[in-house]
Design a protein around this ligand. Sequence first.
Ligand code: HEM
Ligand SMILES: Nc1nc2c(c(=O)[nH]1)N[C@H]1C(S)=C(S)[C@@H](COP(=O)(O)O)O[C@H]1N2
Ligand SMILES: [Mo]
Length: 369
Amino acid sequence: MLAIFFGTCFVTGLLSHYQYQPWAWLPEPASPVWLYRVTQGTHVITGIATLPLVLVKLWSVYPNLFRWPAVTSLKHAAERLSVFVLVASALVQLTTGFLNVLNWYAWPWDFVAVHRFLAYVLIGSILLHVGLKLPDIRYGLQARLPQADVLTETPWDQNPLAHSNAGEVPPPPTPALTRRGVLVAAGAGVGAVVVTSIGQTVAPLEPVGLLAVRQWNKGPQRVPVNTTAQQAGVQAVAVDQRWTLQVNGRTPFTVTLAELDDLARSEADLPITCVEGWSVGAHWRGIPLLDLVARAGGDAGSRVEVISLQQGSQFARSTVLGPQVSAALLATHLNGERLNLDHGYPLRLIAPNRAGVLNTKWLARIEVV
Ligand code: HEM
Ligand SMILES: Nc1nc2c(c(=O)[nH]1)N[C@H]1C(S)=C(S)[C@@H](COP(=O)(O)O)O[C@H]1N2
Ligand SMILES: [Mo]
């Protein structure tokens, strides 16, 4: 289970990373529109589910921590060191990831950079660990246990096999759990964290979303907000009557909001999917990005830079490439209403299969390259 969850986490994490830096020759597809919603939701859910599993694993092996002598050979020392790296990176990765999803940045370092670095350390040390344990694993899988039911279902201290084999490891002072007890405890732990956090993606589970801090009902227009207009410092400029959108390309031009409103006749159901794992479906109305790109002399093959009124934030601009150029909307309306100021009024980008962080709000300018 741990291998499956860590592996899934690693692969979906890499897919998330790819959202930031796609290769020009292999841009993100525009369909299915929910792809990133599923991969990043899976990343965060499998990551959170790994927390209780890791605790169970540590509980099952911790007596080894107190074995004497601590180191028997150079190989043994190297092995113990690799296990230390594995456990330490897993615990840091899982706790900081979990706190990040709870919207609590309780550390001074850049989450994304450290999280990515630790992902490689963690996966590398798991592979090393499994490699070193292969002889044990092979032995365990091949061993014949004539009284397997006695061995697994009887508490450790009453288990005749355990005592007869217990040359090096003394039996624990209190009876251990049965196999069924471990499975129930691990299953209950995983179930509890998954059920209480999945409400940030699966709307019907919202009422039990104790750990799902960002849900559809926690923001204007039934969509949560990441960065309010006030936090972005755009309150005044975004509502300025003189606002226009500047579109640069071979034939540059500007458009007013009134002109954009006349053009805003395309509608689409597209989720907002934050990299931090929450997502909500939403209904948008606006202008196809490609319409303005074409008017500026570009086409579906152009690279488009979308730039916000917001200053000095890494989220204040994003690049649209490949199939998303034809699929993106410049939204004026959300869920049947004029776009709320916190959702990017007067104009924002929304595109399918695209990380929320790239769906830039409060647009000022578009560059067609
Ligand atoms: C409790 C567990 C975890 C949670 C809640 C979590 C959460 C996150 C979040 C929120 C992001 C997006 C960061 C951003 O772009 O702002 C992310 C990205 C990522 N995660 Fe995790 N994660 C967890 C565990 C893991 C594990 C175990 C691995 C790998 C073994 C992993 C590998 C990655 C990678 C490679 C990325 C992409 C980083 C980048 O964009 O450069 N994560 N994770
Ligand atoms: N200009 C700007 N656009 C932005 C952001 C931002 O901070 N500034 N946050 C992004 C992030 S991280 C997300 S998840 C979405 C959230 O959109 P919402 O607040 O309308 O739900 O907006 C994105 N667009
Ligand atoms: Mo986000």
